[in-house]
Unconditional design. Structure first.
Length: 431
């Protein structure tokens, strides 16, 4: 085999010419104007970066594959990508650290719900389903709030334990809080729900709330009933719940190895509510989830509490579709660096954490409206097949033009995406 000769060129080239699609999408949404109007911390000097430029640069780092602040330095020499997004320069790692270090609890509480509310106003969907969940982010240092707590993957390691709210219909994040690692799953949930409903989703109708058993507390159920929200929440199998589940009852066969029942139940001094019970025969459903009880071997049990007056199978099907939010968390960790953008200060880490959620939402909109309504490709797939296209700039008739390296057969496909973005209505309507 003969090796090709090596030569070098000063010609500016980018590996991400397809990001020009995303630039058109951002322009259509007007997100940069909104960022400029939000009261983010200001630079310390007249020569500092404007907050909206810092945030855009941070997003560009994430969208092109950065999973740490130092990775964002890659783009400082990508002059073509800077031209695409009308940026004179891009910040260094230390600039990001100084910027996020200016955030505190009051700033985070003020600016991020406002940004999320504006975001939702751009979307034409009124009756939505909100899924609440929590996850564990392992840390490998002594950052603020990074403490030992429940960590199923890295036992004994320090971690953060964030709360997240997802919009089922749009595959987007409605709200997110960072919490210390030793925080219980249900801690601060009522306040988080209140901010989500009243500020982040102001003007939207929340038709259904779903959550796992970590949210099964009397305080949360009472709050949802007080604000008149329909809910389906998985039940934690406390001894008294287990005893009631295993009591005598009539079962309805739904499918081979699956039976359903219901009961009225209340905890000590708690309100009586409707509970749906699912019993799965292990021999017929070996991969099914649920609790195994020694009292009745060979079966797994799941239980859900709800205020909906619907048939048993519908309640169970409604809850099962929330499993998609686990895929959203997985994508955020793998493709958006959710686990790795961390600073010493807790509120600085939360600020970057919540901006990652907005970056994710922008990709969700692009995925739905610019590509295909049923396209469920992850961001890593989009980056490979849509964004990672070699490109350079050239002057044509005294005008700078972006040249994208693309085979002739794929050019109509690319032109079609540009056309879709150009023809988007002022308010994005989900079918």
């Amino acid at each position: 085999m003969v090796n090709l000769p090596i030569e070098y060129s000063d010609k500016p080239v980018t590996a991400f010419g397809g990001m020009s699609l995303l630039k058109r999408m951002l322009d259509k949404l007007g997100i940069m104007d909104k960022l400029a109007s939000v009261d983010f911390p200001s630079p310390g000097s007249n020569r500092g970066y404007a907050p909206e430029e810092l945030i855009l640069s941070f997003w560009l780092g994430i969208w092109t594959g950065a999973s740490r602040y130092i990775h964002c330095d890659w783009l400082r020499n990508d002059k073509v990508l800077q031209d695409i997004f009308s940026l004179e320069h891009m910040p260094s790692q230390s600039t990001y650290s100084r910027f996020f270090g200016k955030f505190n609890q009051n700033i985070n509480t003020a600016v991020f719900p406002e940004l999320q509310d504006w975001f939702m106003q751009q979307i034409g969907i009124e009756n939505i389903t909100v899924d609440f969940d929590s996850t564990v982010i392992t840390r490998y240092g002594e950052q603020q709030g990074s403490t030992k707590g429940y960590n199923p993957n890295k036992r004994g390691r320090n971690s953060h334990h964030p709360l997240m709210a997802f919009i089922s219909q749009t595959r987007m994040v409605a709200n997110a809080w960072l919490r210390p690692g030793n925080t219980a799953a249900s801690s601060s949930c009522v306040a988080f729900m209140q901010e989500t409903f009243d500020k982040c989703l102001e003007g939207k109708t929340v038709g259904l709330v779903r959550a796992d058993s970590g949210f099964y507390t009397e305080d949360i159920l009472s709050y949802l009933e007080e604000v008149k929200k329909n809910y389906v929440i998985a039940v934690r199998m406390y001894p008294n719940v287990k005893s009631a589940v295993l009591g005598e009852r009539n079962w309805i066969s739904l499918a081979k190895g699956i039976e359903l029942s219901e009961m009225k139940f209340h905890h000590h001094e708690g309100k009586e509510r409707r509970y749906i019970i699912v019993k799965k025969r292990v021999d017929d459903r070996p991969d099914s989830g649920g609790k195994l009880f020694e009292d009745l071997p060979g079966y797994r049990f799941s239980c859900y509490v709800t205020n909906l007056d619907l048939p048993l199978d519908q309640i169970w099907n409604i809850y099962n579709s929330r499993a998609d939010c686990e895929n959203r968390i997985k994508e955020l960790k793998q493709d958006f660096g959710l686990e790795n953008f961390c600073l010493q200060d807790f509120w600085a880490t939360e600020a970057s954490f919540r901006l990652i959620m907005v970056a994710y939402n922008l990709i969700s909109l692009f995925r739905y409206f610019a590509l295909n309504e049923k396209n469920n490709a992850t961001h890593s797939t989009l980056k490979t097949y849509c964004f990672a296209l070699g490109a350079w700039t050239a002057n044509h008739a005294n005008k700078k033009v972006l040249k994208i390296a693309l085979p002739v057969k794929r050019r109509p496909w690319m032109d079609g995406i540009f056309a879709k973005i150009e023809n988007l209505p002022p308010k994005l309507i989900y079918s």
